[in-house]
Design a protein around this ligand. Structure first.
Ligand code: AMP
Ligand code: GLY
Length: 418
């Protein structure tokens, strides 16, 4: 089968690495891919936000299955264009992708299906939002309503901070926006990944991410500096609770509204005193959580994604090994702020590439026979083992074997569970 993966980050390298191992995969193309992806697949230069361009490429290359990695093409309706033309696609419709693209939409779905989440209110002008915050007090959470690449959320510790965040949103920092004000939820965060085929659901793993840039969870928020799977806090019992109270009701509500969710539902959860509440949904795999999940799932990933896309999840199961995976993101100095592009990464050739140790590329390109950094998050050094400690050791062994002075990483990925 000919498979096209859309995206060019560490998540898509990990997906390509896992899918490539499955004998059903004949030809594998990743658009746009990166220097690491080029070792396991063909890379194609394609505007993945253009429905017409993706459709034409899929038709021209006899593609049998399209896997959409990032949220932007989903929010742009690329999956709808492909499905309408008869392609088999992994990834939700534009309508169902509102679960990530719109905070207010998700809150309405939660209210309609009774899924536990923070109390909330939505405002379209600054004055009423400010009044609401003054009445509620701090801590309180202010969210720009719309896709803001994770940067539209302020967890305000004071009313003044919340007012500043509201003003910034209505000053047009994120374009035409409304604001969602939420109750602050205390607890520990964890992520839960569930395949959904519109009707049935299949959990495919738990993870914990590290969003702050610095050791000890300090500094500004990032797209994620590392992750590990499984997340011990999400016990079997808690997973069953989340499926029963949050995920299945959401999937049923979406189906009832005529926008069935098909793809991976990534539930960001807050866990406190044995109870889980929803923080947010994403409609795609997490990056770098996907790198840890793919290490654990391996070649069966393709069968699972196909079962999802073909509506066969009721009969599908995951073959679990009793294993752990951990991934450490190496970023360019300065990230998440301004950072240099083009520095040369040495030491990659000496790394072993096995089902226990893989360095996935997130932001790299080949230039004059060398691998150069092209993004903020550049590599994801990933280890797997019988214990989290073993996975941790294998991940950091890759970090330490690299020669890239312009890069940095957190040294404490996994601290909560280790
Ligand atoms: P979101 O983009 O909605 O996931 O928010 C980004 C981060 O802000 C989350 O991962 C949480 O750490 C934090 N956050 C969001 N909403 C809340 C909330 N209601 N209570 C506490 N923390 C929150
Ligand atoms: N690592 C967080 C995300 O992918 O949204």
């Amino acid at each position: 089968m000919n498979i096209l993966i859309l995206g060019g980050g560490g998540r898509e390298h990990a997906l390509a690495w896992a899918i490539r191992q499955n004998p059903k995969c004949d030809r594998l193309i990743v658009a746009p891919g990166n220097a690491g992806v080029a070792n396991v697949a063909e890379c194609a230069d394609l505007n993945i936000l253009s429905r017409a361009e993706v459709l034409e490429f899929a038709e021209g290359n006899a593609i049998d299955f399209v896997v959409i990695g990032p949220e932007a093409p989903l929010a742009a309706g690329v999956s709808d264009a492909l499905r309408d033309a008869g392609f088999l696609v992994f990834g939700p419709s534009q309508a169902a992708a509102q679960l990530e693209a719109s905070k207010a939409f998700t809150k309405e779905i939660c209210d309609a299906c009774g899924a536990p989440t923070a109390a909330w209110a939505r405002f379209t002008d600054a004055a009423s939002a400010r009044d609401h915050v003054a009445a509620q007090g701090a801590p309180i959470v202010v969210k720009a309503d719309g896709l803001a690449a994770g940067k539209g959320v302020t967890v305000a510790e004071t009313v003044d901070q919340a007012h500043d965040a509201i003003d910034a949103i209505f000053d047009g920092e994120f374009g035409e926006m409304s604001v969602v004000i939420e109750e602050f939820m205390a607890g520990e965060e964890a992520s839960f990944f569930v395949l959904c085929d519109g009707a049935d659901c299949l959990p495919i793993g738990t993870a914990q991410d590290h969003k702050r840039v610095g050791d000890g969870d300090t500094g500004p928020n990032t797209g994620g500096m590392g992750a590990y799977s499984p997340a011990p806090i999400l016990t079997e019992a808690l997973q069953e609770q989340v499926m029963a109270r949050i995920v299945r009701p959401t999937v049923a509500e979406m189906a009832a509204r005529g926008m069935p969710f098909q793809g991976v539902l990534y539930a960001g959860l807050m866990i406190d005193k044995g109870q889980a509440r929803l923080v947010e949904y994403n409609v795609r795999f997490g990056d770098p959580e996907c790198q840890a999940l793919m290490m654990r799932l391996g070649a069966q990933t393709l069968d699972l994604l196909l079962a999802c896309a073909e509506g066969r999840l009721a009969g599908a199961a995951v073959n679990w090994a009793d294993d752990h995976a951990l991934t450490v993101v190496m970023a360019a100095q300065g990230y998440p702020g301004a950072h240099e592009k083009g520095s040369v990464i040495n030491g990659l050739d000496g790394l072993s590439e096995t089902s226990f140790a893989m360095t996935f590329h997130a932001g790299t390109a080949s230039k004059d026979g060398q691998v150069i950094a092209t993004g903020g998050r550049v590599l994801a050094c990933t280890g797997r083992g019988a214990t989290l400690a073993e996975a941790h050791e294998r991940a950091y062994a890759q970090v330490d074997a690299l020669d890239w002075p312009e890069g940095f990483c957190r040294r404490d990925i996994g601290w909560r569970a280790l």
